[in-house]
Design a protein around this ligand. Structure first.
Ligand SMILES: [Zn+2]
Length: 365
């Protein structure tokens, strides 16, 4: 199997176009045309992980954090980033990073955290706008089914847990074929009226080319009339953080000790406990201070995240509890997530989890 096939699969789950503009997700080293011998999944692609990939004969590392993040101006091995990149390139190891694009899908980093705590009714905390488009096309009624099949097959018409969503309305189209045309129906030089169906479907922008090509290939008309428009709708499946509810309310201390067990924490930094039961929980893997006000306005009793600074803890305002569980700790199950989805898709392929503990933070207590 080629590395590009594995990359395409990962992109179908969390497309690189969903990454934040400061990010650098994608294939960082290596070549999509290479044959893949094995995949190793990790939170970080450090030099030790490259070493591990070599020893386990895997030539693809799928990591959450991009080892090349802020750009490289020199590659002479003076720091851990350069060392890792040199080691990977010298040994033909491909590194693929799936970072904020995996943060920005409901089935990604924070969604996995929520599942670990058995949260129910999991929703994106800050759903994004402008991540959907709409296609309208006009098809002779008896050819509508074949065009619908083609655009559904190319990925149009997914809404939540529903596929093949479309709206269809009957109408009448007119056209007059000019000299040189080869019309599907009608005569050259005469206005023709045709019973047509207007088909409407939504789709994510990265599928536009594929869907329009499928529509044109399946459409009987020589000149296909269609409109593609940007939607400003909120997309409930795309965005950062998640919020969900515990099956039963818990006492704050009981809840925090559950978090401590599940995430195998040595310490939780948190704001004052308020003596109120916890049921609604917001979560964001990694640095999540930017979502504090969203978590609060969404009615969370507790917001679990990482990398909170001193002054940012004051933003809890005694209205809810902010709990900082550590960056690595919050995202540690991302390795399992990547491993599980790749294993499920490619069951007969070597997909491994890195055994290297890459957390650079230690606790002395
Ligand atoms: Zn992170």
């Amino acid at each position: 199997m080629k590395i590009s096939e594995i990359v395409s699969f990962l992109e179908s789950l969390a497309h690189p176009s969903l990454q934040e503009n400061y990010d650098n997700s994608g294939l960082l080293t290596g070549d999509g045309e290479w044959n893949c011998n094995g995949i190793i999944c990790s939170l970080d692609a450090t030099e030790n992980v490259v070493e591990e990939a070599l020893s386990k004969k895997c030539n693809l590392i799928v990591a959450h954090h991009p080892i090349i993040f802020g750009g490289l101006k020199k590659i002479n091995g003076k720091n851990y980033v350069e060392k890792t990149v040199i080691r990977a390139i010298k040994n033909d190891i491909a590194i693929y990073a799936i970072h904020t694009n995996l943060d920005n899908v409901i089935t990604g980093v924070s969604g996995r955290m929520a599942k670990m705590l058995d949260l129910e009714n999991i929703q994106v905390l800050a759903p994004r706008q402008n991540t959907l488009k709409k296609l309208f096309t006009f098809v002779p009624a008896d050819k509508a089914e074949q065009v619908r099949n083609a655009i559904f097959g190319a990925g149009a018409g997914h809404i939540g847990n529903y596929s093949e969503c479309s709206f269809n309305v009957e109408g009448e189209g007119t056209f007059k074929a000019q000299e040189g045309a080869n019309p599907f129906v009608g005569e050259i030089g005469k206005r023709h009226r045709e019973k047509e169906l207007k088909i409407e479907v939504v789709f994510p922008p990265h599928l536009e080319h594929k869907i329009v090509a499928a529509m044109k290939a399946s459409h009987p008309y020589e000149e296909v009339a269609y409109d593609v428009v940007d939607l400003s709708n909120v997309n409930p499946e795309v965005g950062s953080g998640v919020i969900g509810t515990l099956p039963r309310p818990m006492e704050e201390t009981g809840f925090l000790s559950r978090v401590k067990d599940v995430f195998q924490l040595q310490i939780i930094r948190h704001t004052s406990l308020l003596g109120r039961p916890v049921q609604k929980v917001a979560m964001c893997g990694g640095a999540g201070s930017f979502l504090v006000s969203k978590a609060l306005s969404a009615g969370a009793d507790v917001y679990i995240t990482a990398d909170m600074k001193y002054h940012e803890f004051f933003d809890a305002n005694d209205q809810f509890v902010i709990a900082d569980i550590g960056h690595f700790e919050s995202e540690q199950f991302t390795t399992d997530l990547l491993h599980d989805i790749l294993r499920e898709k490619f069951p007969n392929f070597a997909v491994l989890k890195s055994g290297i503990h890459t957390n650079p933070v230690n606790y002395y207590y």
